[in-house]
Ligand binder design. Structure first.
Ligand SMILES: *Cc1c(COP(=O)(O)O)cnc(C)c1O
Length: 357
């Protein structure tokens, strides 16, 4: 008998998620460490969020109906196949809790999103980490890692922190190689920013298959503070998740703000345009024989330096100029890399001033 309550096996092996650094309160440092929107939120979403303040005593509608209807309308999805969450983190935890347990394995990419190992261990399952091909998920290697114990495969597309992506054809090849009892979780957190013509966020595959779920978020589109995630899956999976999710897991302000943001397609388009322009510019300006910028489809770029020491020096130089970026050594094992969110024009010009040789 233990002298105090002990958590389930696996929990103490988890290193807590490390968020991007923020500036000291009141500092005018520019935060480029969490892939937040440089253009704020949709004004319509802000207005909707504020409208809730007069009625804080009322429980929200529990299924996020308003938000699911808006998403259904904008994306052409049956709202009954959508589940909303308190950020997509909430949904990733629920998926792992429902489909993974002791003795099971989840397959994921080496430089995939750092929440996947956390939710896998929290569910008591084992992690199978698969090497990438030049910082890109490797479909053949992922398929080769599948065993009898595999129950779930996580794929961020595009991926954080690399910004690289798999084409629709590659995702379909991955899906086609999986047993039907293995759940493929496609995390399309950055779908709104993708400009590649051969990309799909995964919606068609979800509609065609019984073992695919697509997870999305509003966090990278200007609403990170509101915590709004959503997912689309087959009816049997939606039923499972709805049995255990928090009965009021998305607060009313978030539901209304999310619905307004989803319908504000002009704002989404403006963010995408701004991002593509400065992502291309930053990539072109920084690329040199000293720096490698991975081709990104997201709202950040991963800059690879010749060494860990050079990355550290650059991080400090950026900090000294009030630019906070993301180190990806301890949480992602890319010690010579810095992840830089696409910010305002002024922020991007300042980054280049600091980093350009
Ligand atoms: C930021 C991010 C999310 C998390 O989003 P929240 O909705 O804020 O929880 C999920 N997946 C990936 C790949 C991300 O980069």
């Amino acid at each position: 008998m233990s002298s105090r309550p002990t958590p389930q096996p696996g929990i103490l092996d988890i290193a807590a998620y490390v968020p991007g650094k923020s500036g000291a309160p009141g500092s005018n440092a520019i935060k480029l460490s969490s892939n937040e929107s440089p253009l704020g939120a949709s004004p319509k979403a802000i207005e909707a969020f504020a409208s809730v303040a007069q009625h804080l005593e009322i429980y929200p509608e529990g299924t996020s109906r308003i938000l699911r209807l808006a998403l259904g309308e904008v994306h052409g999805i049956d709202p009954d196949l959508i589940v909303c969450g308190n950020g997509s983190d909430d949904l990733l935890h629920l998926l792992a809790q429902c489909y993974l347990g002791e003795g099971d394995e989840a397959v994921m990419s080496r430089y995939g999103f750092s929440v996947y190992p956390i939710v896998t261990k929290a569910a008591g399952a084992g992690i199978v980490m698969v090497d990438e091909a030049d910082y890109t998920a490797d479909v053949d290697a992922l398929l080769a890692a599948v065993t009898d114990k595999t129950r779930l495969v996580f794929l961020a597309n595009p991926n954080n922190p690399t910004g690289t992506y798999l084409s629709d054809a590659e995702v379909r090849r991955l899906h086609a190689g999986l047993r039907p009892d293995i759940l493929l979780v496609i995390d399309s957190a950055y779908a709104e920013y993708v400009t590649a013509a051969d990309y799909s966020a995964g919606l068609e595959l979800v509609a065609e298959a019984e073992n695919v779920v697509m997870v999305r978020t509003f966090s990278k589109m200007g609403l990170a503070a509101a915590r709004i995630g959503w997912m689309v899956g087959p009816a049997h999976l939606v039923d499972v998740i709805n049995r255990i999710r928090g009965p009021f897991n998305v607060n009313l302000a978030a539901q209304l703000a999310g619905a307004a943001a989803a319908r504000d397609v002009a704002f989404t388009a403006e963010l995408k345009r701004h991002n593509a322009r400065w992502r291309d510019w930053l990539t072109a300006e920084l690329s040199s024989n000293r720096l490698r910028i991975l081709p990104s489809q997201a709202n950040f770029v991963l800059v690879l330096f010749a060494s860990e020491a050079e990355a550290e020096t650059a991080f400090e130089a950026l900090m000294a100029r009030g630019l906070i970026v993301r180190q990806v050594g301890s949480s992602y094992g890319i010690a010579n890399g810095l992840r830089i969110s696409i910010g305002t024009e002024a922020a991007m010009r300042r980054v280049v001033e600091v980093l350009k040789p």
